[in-house]
Design a protein around this ligand. Structure first.
Ligand code: ZN
Ligand code: ZN
Length: 305
């Protein structure tokens, strides 16, 4: 059972990430993949991967942060970051590969060059979470879509250069995400990666599948009814997705499955979502885990059993 997308480097886990990781492995999670949302949380994801066996990293800049990278690439969003590991570790591989004290912070490609260095790390599996987001957040509204698109494409190009798949974030921007991917189809790998925390229309799902992407489902699949802005229920989307394209994730600390909705999510709850998806597909939990794990290895070429 692999959790393909979570954020143990966020502040929500700064006091007990060690216990959270142990609990997940004790309950039957075998691998955990932490995803970055900006440069600093990407570097922290790599630090977790260096510190723990069976923990891996995905690095990238989330569309929500596309407006912050050029002016201050190291900016720390309130509530996101944990500083525990960074201060606990004096000398790490990450420090060596990522620190460039001489790089001018006003260089508009500073963030991209720093991400590129991280892609060479053996436990960095993909570029993410990258994509488009038209949800109106309380904290900073909607980031200029043109800027989101620019940052998304720059990272598709980076993934192509690094021969890494993509882990895509899409919130209420499915059509534009698909169009951008179609326009850059020649840059995608044969196994191009995955849409994380999928939601959207059946058309977007079909397009994502025909481009070769796998589809990540989370704890919100277990919630009754439709989320605001959505038109198709998640169990219906699960049923429309072939079993050999489904992967399971938590997006911890967000989106806890029932019965933990509203509380902090943890990688161990990936098991609850996997059970729910197995029920939707009318197969056993064991069969679901066997197939979804296989899908992860197919998608993330650098991940070894
Ligand atoms: Zn996301
Ligand atoms: Zn996420």
């Amino acid at each position: 059972m692999i959790d393909v997308h979570c954020h143990l480097q966020f502040k929500a886990f700064e006091n007990d990430y060690d216990a959270v990781i142990k609990a997940a492995f004790d309950e039957g999670v075998t691998k955990i993949i932490n995803t970055g949302t900006q440069l600093s949380s990407s570097k922290k994801a790599v630090e977790f991967a260096e510190r723990y066996e069976n923990i891996y990293a995905i690095v990238g800049v989330h569309p929500h942060h596309a407006d912050k990278i050029e002016t201050n690439p190291e900016i720390v969003e309130k509530g996101e970051e944990s500083s525990v590991i960074a201060s606990a570790k004096k000398q790490s591989h990450t420090d060596k590969i990522a620190a460039s004290p001489s790089a001018p912070r006003n260089d508009e490609n500073y963030w991209l060059n720093e991400l590129e260095k991280l892609t060479h790390h053996p436990k960095v599996l993909a570029i993410g979470e990258i994509g488009m987001d038209y949800y109106n957040y309380h904290s900073n509204g909607i980031v200029d879509p043109a800027l989101q698109k620019k940052v998304f494409i720059q990272q598709i190009e980076l993934a192509h250069k690094a021969k890494l798949p993509l882990q895509i974030h899409n919130r209420q921007a499915g059509e534009d995400v698909i169009n951008i991917l179609k326009e850059h189809k020649q840059l995608l790998l044969p196994n191009p990666g995955m849409f994380h925390c999928f939601a959207g229309t059946t058309e977007v799902l079909k397009d994502a599948l025909s481009l070769g992407f796998s589809i990540g489902f989370d704890g919100n699949s277990t919630y009754k009814g439709l989320a605001p802005g959505e038109t198709v229920a998640l169990p219906d989307l699960i049923n429309l997705t072939p079993l050999d394209r489904i992967v399971i994730e938590t997006d911890s600390p967000y989106l806890s499955p029932i019965p933990h909705r509203g509380k902090r999510n943890e990688p161990k709850y990936a098991i609850l979502t996997a059970r729910f998806v197995a029920d939707c597909k009318k197969i056993s939990y064991e069969k679901l885990v066997e197939q979804t794990d296989k899908n992860v290895y197919t998608m993330f070429g650098k991940l070894k059993v």
